[in-house]
Design a protein around this ligand. Structure first.
Ligand SMILES: [Zn+2]
Length: 53
């Protein structure tokens, strides 16, 4: 996955969210925190979408 030079560009995961609101917190997290932060981010996203996406 290529990290955009501008965090406001769309995230390369095709979520249609800006990178800064999608994978940036996960990608920049320390290795030991990445899994927990990833779970948290996805949980929030699923919650906001009503578990449809
Ligand atoms: Zn993403």
């Amino acid at each position: 996955m290529t990290i955009p030079s501008d965090p406001h560009h769309p995230c390369p995961c095709n979520s249609s969210l800006p990178y800064s609101e999608c994978h940036q917190p996960v990608m920049e997290a320390p290795d030991e925190d990445r899994l927990a932060i990833g779970h948290q981010e996805y949980a929030l996203r699923w919650k906001s979408r009503g578990f449809t996406g």
